[in-house]
Design a protein around this ligand. Structure first.
Ligand SMILES: *[C@@H]1O[C@H](CO)[C@@H](O)[C@H](O)[C@H]1NC(C)=O
Ligand SMILES: *[C@@H]1O[C@H](CO)[C@@H](O)[C@H](O)[C@H]1NC(C)=O
Length: 276
């Protein structure tokens, strides 16, 4: 009954940090339990996860869209827990907006927004993820769910959506674990299961980390030093720290032409009323 879950991480290869591609502790779930979860595809190849946050935008991780692949078509598949079999709905991505401060070495600001081509309607199961407001705070020890189609201990990605529960680790403690390897910034959240074995892994990147108690999307699967290693937590991009960029990008982008440059973040933006 315990299927092993691997979420996708960026592959980290420093001499200190050996990545393995195993995740333990995941369970099969229906898409109805995470109705905002999407799978991204380069042509027909499944790559990352993401969360639908509005009719036109998916929030994901910048490291998933780091390499420019001009000859490949990026799509997202919504409304299915088994995207490889062609179920759900495939939507083409119109534009990729990686956070302008995303750093490929440190993994800081690992945020990406995918603007989708408009669709008339989504499959009925689909719902948008609930972003945090400036007042919502994630605390050490909070139970959080991570989900994706990343690799399992069998070395293959999962055809079926898997979800695992982990707990938020303090940044102080996580920083100590990752010292000499990665700086854990305010744009990052650490989460793990004490004793390891439950974690995200390669293939889960970009997918959601939501708090169990209220379903708020606090994190985006970003990176880790191996998967399920008790010494190292999984690291997630901190959605709360990117709210201004998210709303700035979404609002200034609406209605622009297909071929226009993406806007740069201006950090001169008043949060919309529903956010405060
Ligand atoms: C995430 O970002 C928010 C807003 O900037 C900040 O208050 C919070 O402390 C950050 N979380 C962590 C774990 O750094
Ligand atoms: C911020 O936006 C306001 C209104 O659009 C503009 O007048 C002002 O010059 C901007 N400030 C900066 C620092 O960009």
């Amino acid at each position: 009954m315990i299927s092993q879950l691997l979420l996708s991480f960026s592959l980290l290869t420093t001499s200190f940090c050996h990545t393995s591609n195993k995740i333990l502790g995941g369970h099969k779930i229906s898409i109805a339990e995470v109705p905002y979860q999407v799978a991204t595809f380069w042509n027909s190849r499944q790559s990352c996860g993401g969360s639908l946050i509005s009719k036109e935008f998916v929030l994901s991780a910048a490291h998933c869209f780091d390499e420019h692949v001009p000859d490949k078509i990026l799509t997202v598949r919504v409304g299915t827990s088994t995207p490889k079999d062609g179920s759900g709905m495939s939507i083409n991505v119109k534009y990729i907006y990686n956070h302008p401060m995303y750093d490929t070495i440190s993994n800081d600001y690992d945020f990406s927004l995918l603007r989708l081509y408009e669709v008339k309607s989504f499959p009925s199961v689909v719902k948008f993820a609930k972003l945090p407001t400036v007042y919502d705070q994630l605390n050490e020890g909070d139970d959080v769910f991570i989900s994706g189609w990343g690799r399992t201990e069998f070395g293959k990605t999962s055809d079926v959506l898997l979800r695992a529960m982990v707990q938020v680790q303090s940044t102080e403690s996580c920083s100590k674990d990752y010292q000499n390897m990665f700086v854990i910034t305010e744009r990052m959240i650490c989460a793990r299961r004490i004793g390891g074995k439950v974690d995200a892994c390669q293939g889960d990147s970009g997918g959601p980390l939501v708090r169990k108690s209220d379903g708020i999307l606090f994190g985006i699967t970003s990176f880790g030093c191996s998967c399920g290693d008790p010494r190292y937590a999984g690291v997630y991009a901190n959605v709360s720290s990117a709210l201004e960029w998210i709303y700035e990008t979404i609002s200034s982008d609406s209605g622009i032409a297909n071929d226009q440059e993406p806007n740069q973040c201006q950090y001169n933006f008043t949060l919309p009323q529903h956010l405060v």
